[in-house]
Design a protein around this ligand. Structure first.
Ligand code: FES
Length: 652
């Protein structure tokens, strides 16, 4: 008779195997993605499967008389000790008896997908740089003298097919008592190696190590540093934390930090140690939150703009402050954490994504990794708005990138009542087109200013100022209500018929909130505020428009707003202002912290690292500073929304 047929779902892989073949063995032979940390010894339970058609002999019940029963005992023991979901079996213990369809649940797949929080652009496939392996090492034998390490390496090669593993002195110092304590059974964490390094043992535990190992995805911004601590076994984010970038004391924005380095001997070194110290403090904080030992963090991925990239690496950013803006290197970096003075696991590794160009950094590369414009069927415009806007435009055919100096106005700086997004800041604004009266909402409360209970709701925060998204909405609403003309001038009370339009020096201002009666601030939108936003939005728009010229198009299919700021601004208001090109409103989406997501993808999937390096090499870089058309677009884009280009979709 023919051997039984075994079909795996969801892969659909199939083959015939002799009765008695363990499912794990069948899976391996067919190349089915079925996990195992203990190598089929019934310890790790990573290999769980569910028979969905056909059956294996039942757990334990036939132990005494079943000819194949030895394996049942191992599985029964596991079930008694740890429990097993009903219907689940250990793939390394369950053996083929007859035709069967076997389902491999997601948590049993090595390269399982980690669920992303929002509408998926691209799933994260688990393929971390460091993995855990359980091995049984041969005991020493006087007749066949060999070192314990050699036998451990041999075991890894035989049981896991990992070739050429190395170990450093630290492991040698730890290893002998661990091997003996575990009765020659140990779990090792192995960095699987990359283009520059062979596989390496990073840690060793006696017996089967129940715990996990961790990695960090770090978004090193000029203002804040945010980190996600990820479980490298499951891909889950177990803690997230952030701090202000301690370099702020050397300059709010990047260019002032570059000039600090230029003006002060050793200034770059000061900034390098400031950011590294801050990073270590952040890592202590996040490990504390997750209640884990920092030494369990074995891998870290960093994304940052070019100036932060250089300062973090200890490279003087001098060249980035002047044309032709030459990077020390645009390649991805693979380093040891100790080279950057980071206190994690003593042999932890660090990966920095590649930079795209002198002004377009590893953060933009991370956005490209997360949003994958190079895999998009339709033409996507992706903007990451910060003090510099990084802009990507592309589809499957090609991807273009540039950066545009928007300045800090979008973050509330340079605005008379401006402030960072924090409780107390006005973030949403509506203006009645007839009465010209405003209503607004502040961060920390979801009650509008004209609703009952507003005063109580904001009693603790007060109204302190207006943040970036608030000022954008305010200006767009002023334009829609007709208190502001296309050139950016606020009308007088007589012209607009609104007492909200007050005289402010030689121009007018719009009174959003008068808190003087309660001793609070008076919040107005002034003409210089509008000027600052006009400059910022013109820079953003002309960068995008320049890429469209280079691409040879007049419209885009969709717009993605990335970054924390992008998550807060309303698409409609951004378009009324002419920040972004005309586009169908529901094709404008927010990607949240796409750079952070890109860092997480690179952390959890080493294959994605190679992919983004290839993608970045193919991205066409456009330098806005040398493009004459940029100036032309800029002038037109200063108007609200634009003096030269129609916004037909917006108008309809
Ligand atoms: Fe570890 Fe089956 S492979 S329990």
């Amino acid at each position: 008779a023919e051997d039984p047929l075994v079909v795996f779902t969801p892969s659909g892989k199939r083959g015939r195997f002799p009765v008695g073949t363990p499912v794990l063995t069948a899976a391996r032979q067919l190349g089915v993605d079925l996990d195992s940390v203990c190598g089929g010894r019934g310890i790790c339970s990573k290999c769980q499967i569910t028979p969905s058609y056909g059956e294996f002999p039942k757990h334990g019940v036939t132990v005494a008389d079943d000819a194949l029963s030895e394996w049942n005992k191992v599985e029964q023991r596991y079930k008694d000790k740890r429990g097993l979901i009903d219907g689940r079996r250990l793939g390394c213990q369950a053996k083929v008896e007859g035709d069967i369809v076997i389902d491999v649940p997601p948590e049993s797949q090595v390269h399982r997908q980690v669920v992303r929080k929002r509408a998926e652009v691209r799933d994260i496939t688990m393929n971390p740089a460091v993995r855990l392996y359980y091995v049984e090492v041969e005991e020493p034998d006087m007749h066949k003298p060999s070192g314990d390490l050699e036998r451990l390496i041999e075991a890894l090669e035989k049981q896991w097919e990992i070739k050429g593993v190395e170990a450093d002195l630290r492991i040698l110092q730890l290893m002998q008592p661990v091997l003996r304590k575990g009765g020659w059974k140990v779990t090792v964490a192995v960095h699987l190696g990359d283009e520059t390094t062979p596989p390496k043992i990073m840690q060793i535990w006696p017996g089967f190590y129940e715990g996990t190992i961790y990695g960090l995805a770090v978004d090193l911004g000029s203002t804040t540093i945010a980190a996600h601590l990820c479980d490298l076994k499951t891909g889950e984010v177990v803690a997230s934390s952030g701090i202000m970038n301690p370099q702020i004391r050397f300059g709010e924005d990047l260019m002032s930090r570059v000039s600090y380095a230029m003006m002060n001997a050793g200034g770059d070194k000061e900034m390098t140690s400031a950011v590294r110290d801050g990073m270590n403090a952040l890592f202590d904080q996040i490990a504390g939150e997750a209640e884990i030992d920092k030494e369990l963090i074995v891998d870290a991925v960093f994304v940052c703009n070019p100036v932060m990239h250089h300062l973090f690496l200890g490279i003087d950013p001098f060249e980035l402050g002047q044309a032709p803006f030459a990077l020390a290197t645009s390649d991805a970096m693979r380093l040891k954490a100790t080279e950057l003075d980071l206190t994690l696991h003593p042999s932890a590794r660090v990966y920095l994504l590649p930079c795209i160009a002198g002004h377009v950094g590893a953060d933009a590369a991370a956005v490209a990794l997360s949003e994958a414009p190079d895999k998009s069927e339709d033409l996507a415009l992706i903007v990451d708005v910060g003090t510099n806007a990084e802009i990507l435009l592309g589809n499957k055919e090609k991807v273009l990138a540039c950066s545009s100096p928007t300045g800090p106005a979008f973050e509330g700086a340079q605005i008379s009542s401006g402030q960072r997004a924090a409780p107390g800041a006005i973030e949403r604004v509506e203006i009645d087109p007839v009465t010209k009266e405003p209503r607004f909402r502040i961060i920390g409360s979801d009650i509008w200013s004209d609703e009952n209970g507003f005063a109580e709701a904001i009693a603790t925060t007060g109204i302190t100022g207006i943040c970036g998204s608030g000022i954008i909405e305010a200006i767009a609403e002023m334009r829609l209500a007709g208190v502001l003309d296309a050139s950016g001038l606020i009308g007088s009370a007589e012209q607009t018929g609104s007492v909200r339009c007050i005289q402010d020096g030689r121009t007018n201002a719009y009174l959003l909130w008068d808190g003087s009666a309660e001793g609070g601030p008076t919040i107005t939108v002034t003409n210089p505020d509008i000027r600052a936003i006009q400059m910022a939005k013109a820079a953003l728009y002309s960068g995008a428009r320049l890429l469209m010229d280079k691409f040879g198009v007049d419209t885009v299919d969709r717009v993605v707003l990335a970054g924390a700021f992008g998550a807060h601004i309303s698409a409609k208001h951004a378009m009324v202002l002419g920040m972004i090109p005309d586009c169908v409103l529901d094709k404008v989406t927010s990607a949240g912290n796409a750079a952070g997501t890109g860092a997480r993808i690179a952390l959890l999937n080493t294959k994605a690292r190679g992919e983004i390096e290839d993608t970045v090499r193919q991205i066409e870089k456009i330098e806005t500073a040398v493009e004459p058309r940029f100036q032309e677009h800029f002038v037109n884009a200063s108007a609200i929304p634009n003096s030269a280009e129609p916004f037909p979709i917006l108008e309809s």
